[in-house]
Design a protein around this ligand. Structure first.
Ligand code: HEM
Length: 246
């Protein structure tokens, strides 16, 4: 048959082309990359670093508390040049509360954080479970080489649970004392006011205060309560003013 050599050549060319494109997509152009993750599996830190968004052909992955997520659909945040690219290809759990995206800030250590801060990291992990694809576990601080949770992970989760309880207690406490209203505008700046009562700055309990930023809050007190210890009049605000400019 006259056509069979041509058919043979055409078939070989087709197979060659198919393998070329398959290899190009799976392993990069000439460099061999690890294939993209499919079913949940274990990662080493070195492997995870491949998926830091620098290679457009690879998915973007990040880890938090040792759980690894495919965040490719959020490439605009996590890809090269994105505002949150520092989270890609690593576990920078601490930066989720510290906001320190440089050098030593990009660590998975939660050492020295308060229980409410650790709770906030766990909340971020929940966010990733809900929003992105879970692809596995990072072997290291939070999972051992068998993929079992380490003491560090159990410790962080227990601390977060204490943080959650503390926040709940605090919420109940604060509900007893109504918070001030507040607003901000370019022209007027910030102001606080009370629908009933008078605005005062009050110290939060110590446990909450050590969690950082929000150590004081504005609450409303009736005239009879104003003599209580620990109530601070806003600077520049009259003793019986209902609205205070900050
Ligand atoms: C501790 C500090 C902060 C951390 C850890 C943090 C973290 C993040 C992360 C991980 C995302 C991406 C969420 C996703 O996958 O959809 C995000 C989104 C965003 N963040 Fe932050 N953020 C911080 C502070 C801020 C601040 C101070 C601002 C504004 C002044 C801000 C504004 C935004 C906005 C606007 C988005 C959404 C962007 C969009 O959907 O296009 N963030 N943040």
């Amino acid at each position: 048959m006259a056509s069979s050599p041509f058919l043979g050549i055409a078939a070989s060319v087709a197979v060659l082309l198919a393998s070329f494109f398959l290899l190009r997509f799976r392993f990069g152009f000439f460099t061999l990359y690890p294939p993209p993750p499919t079913t949940p599996r274990l990662f080493t830190a070195q492997e995870l670093a491949f998926y830091n968004g620098t290679d457009d052909r690879l998915p973007v992955l990040l880890a938090i508390l040792g759980s690894v997520f495919d965040v490719t659909k959020g490439k605009s945040h996590y890809g090269a040049g994105g505002g949150y690219n520092h989270f890609a290809g690593r576990d920078a759990s601490r930066a989720f509360v510290s906001g320190n995206f440089t050098g030593d800030g990009l660590t998975d250590s939660l050492h020295g954080l308060s229980s409410t801060e650790v709770k906030s990291v766990v909340d971020w992990r929940d966010f990733y479970f809900k929003t992105y694809i879970y692809v596995g576990k990072l072997v290291g601080r939070y999972y051992d080489s068998q993929g079992n949770p380490t003491k560090n992970l159990k410790g962080a989760e227990a601390k977060a649970a204490r943080g959650a309880q503390l926040m709940e207690k605090q919420k109940k406490e604060e509900a007893k004392l109504p918070s001030c209203n507040s607003r901000w505008s370019q022209d007027e700046g910030s102001e606080v006011w009370c629908d009933t009562g008078y605005p005062r700055l009050v110290q939060r309990p110590l446990e909450m205060a050590i969690s950082g930023k929000l150590s004081k809050r504005c609450a409303c007190f009736s005239e009879e309560q104003l003599g209580q210890p620990g109530l601070e009049v806003y600077q520049g605000c009259d003793y019986l003013a209902k609205v205070c400019r900050l």
